[in-house]
Design a protein around this ligand. Structure first.
Ligand code: ADP
Ligand code: ZN
Ligand code: ZN
Length: 760
């Protein structure tokens, strides 16, 4: 990594009788000592000498320091520019990455808020806010690859990842976007740099260097494709005043699927830009973001579209553009909330109910909630949009904290799709293992007859999921995680969905040598059933087994969009955001898989899933039809979804949450304690519980320690403590400044999460 400023003195320091400079020296009274928060799970900052040759110090500057006994070089942030020199020997800061801090006041405060609210050390929280390539000397060239072989010549001995590299390049050529940067291929295929170079030595691909290509900002010169309808206009006039006045406000835009929410976002963003300000538009992290992204960017001027396909250099370039005012609007997933827009005028969070806004690694921040906090700190309006708002946001409307705007109708007078709830047990032929009941089969036949398209949603992937011994009840589980190994028909292998461990299918039960049974009904099974029932139909399957690279997505979407395919069969990923005009049928093969997850949000998720996937049908002139198969037809979540009745769903579910004192009427904080040794994890959880108790007010309810729902992941045993507080911020306030002492003597690793979206 290239360095902006490197301190020379570090290398010239000597320690009596020792190696150069590594142990540091005792500061004198003229030395400048700074506090540095390092990017590690440690709740304190560390003192370092600040050599006079370095620019700064300034709070927020990124530095690299040698840390710990191994003198690892770690990323850190200056948090204090003037510490009093003590008696201990100190190391010097090794390198300054930014001459000036990347953070402005608001982002700095936001980083501190994330650390306090999500109970994650400051250094780790700040590190998540800046793409790592920012501030590096930009490389002038990059490696790109071309395909250099014919499909027929690909050796059958290639590994799955190398094969993916070739597939990816093959697709790129077909789409005329060859060559592809090696970085992007590595990202898409999971292949190492070395294996890619082995492909080039075998002359299957060609790798060469070319000058770095920086991405371009969008340029939407065209006018508006249509006038806003009356509902949209009413929503816009509700927003317009807030946008021009500025100041913090939160508006929940509840618009049914296909009501034209996007157009409202676009006009609001344009108004802000016209006033010389910048905007951030957040979209959920889904592979489909590409379709949404293209649609949005084509309507926005000087926009930067952040997505997972960017190279590090491109990401850093956009970051710089946003900070220097070259870009007016940023569209991206949850990390877009940290875009360094200096003259921010508006934040929009689309599909605000999406759980993918929550980051599951540290810092476990929620993109929507962090966006609301940023808007508050910056004093700007924020708009949260959804057809199925989270109950948290709805509760905030009821409490008078958020304003509500509604788009109750679809655009152009289109009707909402008709929903049929069918009871699976009544629909299936006894003795036959089928997943498509009579109604859904009939509807599919009708759609195919008319030459229209259908989307089928199935929650579970794989075929014949579990491996099980009926005589002694042995179940094949992963060696490293307490989760079942899932058998996949296509590869004939068993795989753990948590750590990707793979294994062959055992021939006999290892416990009793009995015959093993495969059970569980998955998406590949429906594929087979469709092939039997509708041999003429062209079906594409879309799940994380078949869609491993972005170009595979593009390919399927293009084929579906152009009408080459009749049926799109997929997991949750087909349920969100798609806008295909010829789709007149949506089938939910089983609405129940999400109801059996033991989670207090299960019925909220089921409701959202059905309404959202139903919203993919009938978005143009064709009337939409939705068939939902279930074993629990009486579930209120399913009944309310059948009539697209969000209001009644909220009115039914909210009082239940209130009675149970669950969010949004309380706040959860969860601690996970993990260790490779079971005893250490358990003892650690007990010690943590004991250390937490004295600090927490008596109203905080304490659950645990208990083994976590998934007892072991990647060889680490996990225990959890769940805290429930009646008021927001109560636990955080009680623990502020005390985390270091609390975790100090815990014999295992402690990870915290506030407002967890899943309790797995
Ligand atoms: P939502 O996000 O609410 O589901 P979209 O914003 O995707 O809905 O809009 C649905 C479709 O309606 C899009 O194809 C969009 O171009 C179109 N549309 C939006 N506003 C109007 C309007 N005022 N008149 C006609 N069509 C519109
Ligand atoms: Zn595993
Ligand atoms: Zn057995």
């Amino acid at each position: 990594m290239a360095k902006l400023f490197e301190d020379q003195s570090d290398d010239t320091q000597t320690r009596p009788g020792g190696k150069r400079g590594r142990a540091g020296r005792v500061p004198s009274s003229d030395d400048r000592v700074v506090g540095v928060a390092v990017n590690a799970n440690l709740w304190r900052s560390f003192d370092y000498l600040w050599p006079t040759s370095l620019p700064g110090p300034a709070v927020g500057q990124r530095v690299r320091v040698s840390f710990g006994r191994g003198n690892r070089k770690v990323l850190g942030f200056v948090v204090d520019t003037n510490r009093r020199p003590g008696e201990h020997a100190l190391k010097a800061v090794g390198e300054v990455i930014d001459a000036e801090p990347q953070f402005d006041d608001v982002l700095w405060q936001l980083g501190r808020w994330i650390s306090g609210y999500y109970l994650t050390p400051l250094g780790m929280s700040l590190a998540a806010m800046i793409p790592s390539a920012v501030g590096r000397h930009a490389a002038k060239t990059e490696a790109v690859a071309y395909l250099q072989s014919h499909h027929a010549d690909w050796p059958s001995t290639l590994g799955a990842r190398q094969k993916r590299v070739l597939d990816e390049l093959y697709e790129a050529r077909k789409q005329g976007v060859e060559p592809v940067t090696v970085e992007a291929i590595r990202h898409a295929s999971g292949c190492s740099r070395d294996s890619i170079h082995r492909l080039s030595r075998r002359k299957l691909i060609r790798v060469e260097a070319r000058p770095v290509e920086l991405p371009e900002l969008t340029d939407a010169a065209g006018g508006d494709p249509f006038e806003l309808n009356a509902d949209q206009q009413a929503a816009m006039s509700g927003l317009s005043g807030k946008l021009s006045a500025g100041g913090f406000s939160v508006t929940l835009l509840h618009g049914v699927t296909g009501s034209g929410k996007t157009e409202v976002y676009v006009r609001a963003i344009r108004q802000v830009i016209a006033a010389g300000k910048q905007a951030i538009l957040m979209v959920p992290e889904i592979a489909l973001a590409t379709q949404t992204l293209q649609r949005l960017l084509s309507r926005l001027p000087r926009g930067a579209g952040l997505h997972s396909g960017l190279t590090d250099a491109q990401r850093a370039f956009y970051y710089q553009q946003i900070r220097d005012g070259g870009a007016d609007v940023v569209v991206g997933p949850r990390s877009a909330v940290f875009a360094p827009a200096r003259s921010l005028g508006l934040i929009v969070v689309d599909e605000e109910h999406e759980s993918s806004y929550k980051q599951d690694t540290a810092p476990p921040y929620h993109g929507r909630d962090t966006a609301v906090k940023r808007a508050q700190l910056a004093g700007v309006p924020i708009v949260l949009g959804s057809a199925t708002p989270s109950l948290e946001s709805m509760h905030n409307v009821e409490a008078g904290r958020y304003d509500l705007l509604s788009l109750p109708n679809r655009v152009r007078g289109l009707p909402m799709p008709r929903l049929e709830i069918v009871h699976l047990r009544k629909e299936l032929t006894p003795g036959k293992v089928e997943l498509l009941g009579a109604t859904l089969t009939r509807r599919l036949a009708e759609v195919l007859d008319r030459g229209e398209q259908a989307i089928l949603l199935m929650n579970r992937r794989g075929y014949a999921s579990y491996v099980f011994c009926p005589s002694c009840k042995w179940m094949f589980e992963c060696e490293h995680c307490s989760r079942p190994m899932i058998f996949h028909q296509a590869t004939q292998m068993c795989i753990c969905h948590y750590c990707q461990e793979t294994s062959a299918l055992p021939e006999h039960c290892p416990a009793c040598s009995g015959k093993l049974l495969l059970f569980g009904l998955g998406i590949q099974r429906i594929e087979g059933e469709l092939a039997r029932k509708f041999p003429q139909a062209k079906v594409a399957r879309m799940d994380s087994d078949t869609m491993t690279t972005p170009s595979q997505f593009r390919k399927v979407f293009e084929a579906f969009g152009s009408g080459e395919l009749d049926i799109l069969l997929g997991t949750q990923m087909v349920g969100k955001g798609l806008d295909f005009p010829r789709v007149s049928l949506v089938g939910v093969v089983s609405a129940d898989t999400s109801l059996v997850i033991p989670d207090f949000r299960a019925s909220e998720r089921t409701f959202q899933l059905i309404v959202q996937v139903a919203g993919r049908a009938g978005r143009a002139e064709l009337r939409g039809q939705v068939v939902v198969q279930t074993l629990h037809a009486d579930e209120p979540a399913i009944q309310f979804a059948a009539t697209h009745d969000y209001k009644s769903f909220a009115a039914w579910e909210l009082p239940l949450r209130k009675e149970a004192r669950l969010p949004p009427y309380s706040r959860l904080v969860r601690f996970v304690v993990r260790h490779e040794k079971l005893e250490r994890a358990e003892a650690g959880a007990d010690a943590l519980a004991a250390a937490l108790r004295p600090h927490l007010p008596p109203e905080v309810v304490f659950w645990g320690p208990d083994p976590a729902a998934i007892k072991r992941i990647r060889n680490k045993f996990r225990f959890q403590i769940l805290l429930i507080a009646p008021r927001p911020g109560m636990i955080q306030k009680a623990l502020a400044g005390r985390m270091e002492r609390i975790v100090h003597d815990i014999p295992a690793e402690v990870l915290a999460d506030a407002a967890p979206v899943s309790l797995a």
